[in-house]
Design a protein around this ligand. Structure first.
Ligand SMILES: *[C@@H]1O[C@H](CO)[C@@H](O)[C@H](O)[C@H]1NC(C)=O
Length: 436
């Protein structure tokens, strides 16, 4: 009986929902040969996600999936591209420049069919080393089934659009992401760059960008006319930046990415080099507990930094000072700790910007166990981000720690770069099966 419960939970039939989710990372140094599929050295999380030895993820359940991938290059260039069935979709490119670093990240949400494959492939131009240590995992690949096509989840809303050409916005203006990869619910308009919520709900937003050489990234996320947060990047060559949020939306509310007026914002894009993306999905009924105390309650939080942190302090959790959402009430503002009240698989994302010329080193922890990191250094403001899927038991905690490295984070009321967001992808609790 116990074995049966274990197997049922493992294969995700708890609650009759489909589960397929993974996070992989480099936990030791790797070498990636040009034009080959990237195979990660560590499985951080894997529930029902089928990978073949060639490094390809195979879809077994049709539905809508989210994929997120990141790289940090210490001494050389990393250039990785995400493919679906041999078709190129989006990229990350990270290069270290005069001891200044930033992290590159990207996200794509896709509607997939059984038998589809998704994988990360190195650029055809050059081979490169990837940095990794057991307690320094920066380069990761996360994927997860958000809405199963087999379930009766109502009206999914999910979109990703990207830039396939250069865009210069020195005087402000909305970024019009021209190439639409996914637009379920038809919320996104690729002629205006605006997303209009087709229904009420809780929405997850990710955006990423890479600048043209010598230009900055200074992008702002707006909900209607309300400022939410920003992405900043600056190197003498090309910079990377991004951010995430989870927000309550009413039907007709808009989301847009705008450039900050007065800064020389110029974004890079090519048909075969899509770094600038805008992704949105509605966290649906499928992401809620089916019964009991938390029935029909979405579990999701999004916390940000509106001021500088860690002036003259060492080794402490990041204490986020403003909440955009806290559905389920499980994120504690005074401690910076998320505590799971619904067991299941969650996806967490975090972003940060260092103070000028200051080092930055953040780590994601699950119950005091290290998961992954972001890192930045140099004489400029350094950007970093990462994500992970984690299976949490009732009462498990998740938080972001500042490594003992004199980390100094930048933030201001109208310049919010630091964020920590998480949501329940699927409830998974073997114990409730026993009663069936
Ligand atoms: C947050 O954590 C603090 C310190 O452990 C505790 O005193 C407080 O009650 C918690 N707040 C909530 C809302 O749980």
């Amino acid at each position: 009986m116990l074995l049966w419960i274990f197997c049922a939970a493992y294969f995700g039939v708890a609650y009759g929902q489909d589960v397929s989710v993974f996070t992989k990372g480099f936990d030791n140094d790797g070498h990636v040969t040009k034009g080959t599929i990237v195979t990660y050295s560590k499985d951080i999380t894997n529930f029902n996600a089928k990978f073949t030895n060639d490094g390809k993820f195979h879809v077994q359940v049709p539905g809508i999936y989210v994929f997120q991938f990141y790289a940090l290059s210490y001494t050389y260039r990393n250039s990785m591209k995400l493919y679906r069935n041999g078709m190129y979709l989006v990229s990350i490119y990270d290069d270290e420049e005069h001891k200044n670093t930033d992290a590159a990240g990207n996200t794509v949400i896709l509607q997939l069919e059984t038998g589809d494959t998704v994988y990360i492939q190195a650029t055809n131009q050059f081979s490169f080393p990837v940095f990794g240590r057991a307690a320094e995992i920066y380069s990761t690949f996360t994927g997860g089934l958000i809405f199963s096509g087999r379930s009766s989840a109502s009206n999914p809303v999910a979109m990703t659009a990207g830039l396939t050409h250069d865009v210069s916005l020195p005087n402000g203006g909305t970024v019009v992401f021209n190439k639409v990869f996914t637009n379920l619910g038809n919320g996104y308009d690729s002629t205006t760059g605006y997303f209009v919520a087709p229904t009420d709900g809780v929405f997850l937003i990710h955006y990423f960008a890479r600048s043209q050489s010598g230009h900055v990234i200074f992008l702002d996320l707006y909900k209607n006319t309300r400022y939410i947060n920003s992405a900043w990047g600056q190197l003498t060559h090309q910079a990377n930046a991004g951010n995430s949020a989870i927000l309550d939306m009413r039907t007709g509310d808009t989301l847009s990415i705008r450039s900050r007026s007065g800064d020389p914002v110029a974004l890079y894009g090519r048909p075969d080099a899509v770094y600038c993306t805008f992704s949105i999905m509605k966290l649906s009924e499928q992401n809620t507990a089916p019964s009991g105390l938390h029935a029909n309650q979405i579990q999701a939080f999004s916390a940000v930094l509106t001021k500088k942190q860690n002036e003259g302090r060492h080794t402490t959790k990041v204490v986020w000072d403003k909440l955009y959402s806290n559905h389920g009430g499980n994120f504690n503002m005074s401690t910076g700790i998320f505590t799971a009240s619904v067991p299941g698989v969650y996806i967490f994302s975090y972003h940060a910007l260092s103070q000028e010329g200051q080092p930055m080193w953040l780590e994601l922890y699950h119950n005091y166990v290290y998961v992954n990191s972001l890192y930045g250094r140099g004489h400029l403001f350094s950007y970093g981000s990462n994500s992970a899927a984690l299976k949490l038991a009732l009462g498990d905690i998740v938080y972001i720690d500042m490594k003992n490295h004199n980390t100094r984070l930048f933030g201001a009321a109208d310049e919010i770069y630091g964020s920590f967001s998480g949501y329940l992808l699927v409830p998974m609790d073997g114990t409730s099966i026993a009663g069936r």
